[in-house]
Design a protein around this ligand. Structure first.
Ligand SMILES: [Zn+2]
Length: 117
């Protein structure tokens, strides 16, 4: 499963960041996931929660922000949201360059201290 591999890599990254900052216990990991990243957010959450439960960061979870697919036109210098896989500029019909929507980015890590469920 694709998402398990990504979750494993993410956990390694988060573990080293937490170790470097003396963070222990449950944290919230904020991610930006592009709609075209090929990652299914729900599957990534499930995979991550399963992997993290065996570590000292047990109980940690993901907070995923979905990033829309947008493209930039170099010809008329506009940025538009790409809909229905139409990768042409709506103004001048030139091909768009993808700007966002393909990323999987670790934005920040916050501790759950002080947050009551
Ligand atoms: Zn254009």
């Amino acid at each position: 499963m694709h998402e398990t591999t990504i979750a494993g890599r993410l956990l390694e990254q988060v573990t080293s960041i937490c170790a470097a900052n003396s963070l222990d216990g449950a944290v919230i990991i904020h991610l930006e996931v592009g709609v075209m990243s090929g990652v299914e957010s729900r599957l990534l959450e499930i995979a991550f929660e399963r992997l993290v439960s065996d570590t000292n960061l047990s109980g940690s979870g993901l907070a995923i922000t979905k990033v829309p697919l947008t493209g930039a036109c170099d010809h008329c210098d506009t940025t538009v949201e790409i809909r229905d896989f139409n990768f042409r500029c709506p103004h001048c019909r030139e091909p768009l360059r993808v700007r966002t929507g393909e990323e999987l980015r670790l934005v920040s890590i916050t501790t759950t201290e002080g947050i009551t469920p």
